[in-house]
Ligand binder design. Structure first.
Ligand code: AMP
Ligand code: GLY
Length: 422
């Protein structure tokens, strides 16, 4: 069969890498892909945001299955469009992906259906938001309602930071129309865990718990990013927490979506904070996490294609999802300046020097005169699998140290939290 993967990040590289190993797959295409993906799939020059272009290509090439990676085409209805043409496509429809596209919708549904989450208030008027923050007079979190590539959330320990965030989002429109509405949330303290699950709208099968590292610098310092590294399984997601997440968060949310006329099929991602009062939902995403997908897919023992087909055909109850023993760790190497401004087009060296057991998933890379150069903020996700987290950490950093590009930066502490929990 012919499979099309939509997107160009490390997550899509990991998806192509997994799907390509399947003997039923004759050809993997990726739109638009990146330099690394060209080595294992045919990259086609169609942006993930070009819905009509993607549909036309899938029709022309007689693609048997399309897997949609990023949130933008999901929230804009790529799945609806492809389904309306009778195509087989993996991911939630726009009405369901809206749990990621609108943080306010997600919060309102959580409250309505009793899913634990931080207290919040919403504003369309910056003066009212400022007044609320002044009254709160303490730490809070300010969030743009819409999509902002993981950067529309400002953690404000002090009132002035929160007021500055309101100005940035609502007055300066730092995230465009995503900031027409904003949320001010209670600040939660604790450790984070990402619990992703496959669902066909009826059955929900969780994946291994993973932990992302959102802040740009070691020890969770600096601004939030799309994610600087991840590992799985994350011990903070204990058996009890996994059970609670399934029974009190994921299943209720999937049921809620059905009850709201937004049937959910695909991957549902709950970002949780493990607080002293128990797990609380920080966000829902409508897709695999990036970089969580890289270590999680590396640990998947079962056939991903079979799971995806079962989701689409609504027979997930007939499938067993199994995981390998051991652990996987992914370290993101980013461009100098990321998550702020950064340069592109810088040559990357050492890609072929990583030790065995290490995979280099590309994100923001492209080919220039036959050379691999940087082309985005998060450039590479170096990912290793080993018998334990600590050996996966040792191995992955051996890989990271072989790779160089001017200005490259990465965190040195990916996975360390797992070693502290014992
Ligand atoms: P979100 O996109 O809503 O998940 O927010 C991105 C990141 O901001 C989360 O992964 C957390 O690290 C942090 N964050 C979001 N909401 C809160 C909150 N209420 N309290 C503390 N940290 C938060
Ligand atoms: N790594 C966080 C996300 O994919 O949203």
């Amino acid at each position: 069969m012919k499979v099309l993967v939509v997107g160009s990040g490390g997550r899509e590289h990991a998806l192509c890498w997994n799907i390509r190993k399947n003997s039923r797959v004759k050809e993997v295409y990726c739109a638009p892909g990146n330099a690394g993906i060209t080595e294992i799939a045919k990259c086609v020059d169609i942006k993930a945001s070009d819905l009509d272009g993607l549909v036309e290509f899938a029709q022309q090439e007689k693609i048997d299955l399309t897997i949609v990676g990023p949130e933008d085409p999901l929230t804009r209805g790529l799945v609806d469009l492809m389904e309306s043409k009778g195509m087989k496509v993996f991911g939630p429809r726009a009405s369901a992906a809206a749990i990621e596209g609108s943080k306010i919708l997600a919060k309102d549904l959580m409250v309505k259906y009793g899913i634990p989450t931080a207290k919040y208030a919403t504003f369309t008027d910056w003066q009212k938001a400022e007044k609320y923050i002044n009254e709160l007079n303490g730490p809070c979190v300010v969030k743009a309602d819409g999509l902002a590539a993981g950067k529309g959330v400002i953690i404000a320990r002090e009132k002035d930071e929160a007021l500055a965030a309101v100005r940035q989002i609502m007055k300066d429109k730092a995230f465009g129309s995503a900031g027409d509405t904003l949320l001010v949330e209670e600040m939660l303290e604790g450790e984070e865990v990402s619990i992703l699950a496959f669902t066909d709208g009826k059955t929900v099968i969780p994946m291994l718990p993973a932990q992302d590292h959102k802040r740009v610098f070691d020890d969770d310092q600096g601004p939030n990013t799309g994610g600087m590294g991840a590992y799985a399984p994350a011990p903070v997601g204990t058996k009890e927490i996994q059970k609670y997440a399934l029974e009190s968060i994921l299943i209720p949310m999937v049921k809620a979506m059905a009850a709201e006329g937004r049937p959910y099929k695909g991957v549902i991602y709950a970002g949780l904070m493990i607080t002293p009062k128990g797990p609380q939902v920080l966000e829902f995403n409508a897709r695999f996490g990036d970089p969580e997908a890289q270590p999680v897919l590396m640990m998947l023992k079962s056939d991903l294609l079979e799971i995806i087909e079962a989701v689409i055909e609504e027979r997930l109850d007939q499938v067993k999802v199994e995981w390998k023993d051991g652990a996987s760790v992914c370290v993101v190497m980013a461009s100098g300046g990321y998550p702020g401004e950064y340069q592109k087009g810088i040559e990357i060296s050492g890609l072929d020097k990583v030790p065995q057991g290490v995979s280099v998933f590309h994100a923001g890379t492209s080919l220039k005169d036959g050379k691999v150069v940087t082309n985005g903020g998060r450039v590479l996700g170096i990912t290793a699998e080993a018998e334990s987290i600590s050996s996966a950490i040792d191995l992955v950093y051996k890989g990271v140290r072989e790779i160089e590009f001017e200005g490259a930066h990465y965190r040195n502490d990916i996975g360390q939290k797992a070693l502290r929990i014992k």
